[in-house]
Design a protein around this ligand. Sequence first.
Ligand SMILES: [Zn+2]
Ligand SMILES: [Zn+2]
Length: 110
Amino acid sequence: MDDKEVKHFYNSKEWKHKRLEILQRDLFECQDCRKRLRDAQINRIRLRGDDKEIRRAVEVHHIKELKEHPECALEDDNLISLCTQCHNLRHGRNPKRFVRKKKLVSEEKW
Ligand SMILES: [Zn+2]
Ligand SMILES: [Zn+2]
């Protein structure tokens, strides 16, 4: 899949439908937050601040990357509900909005 196909996929009716289905399946709870809490409980680790709670899931992540595995794009087992923070962590990236903002500032002409 190339970028154009990915974009097209995320705009498709099938994806919007499936995305909601997965969020509902996961009760709109971030599954990585849930895991973090469970692990902390088992290992008796103290979590701080934000990390103490399960954040609301707003994004659905492809465990096998969409670009590499388009055949798993709509498979329940390949999809997981995440909050923005955990989703960014999974992709090892900074929050998109922040990066974009920063870029804009540096590109501004005086
Ligand atoms: Zn989370
Ligand atoms: Zn993702």
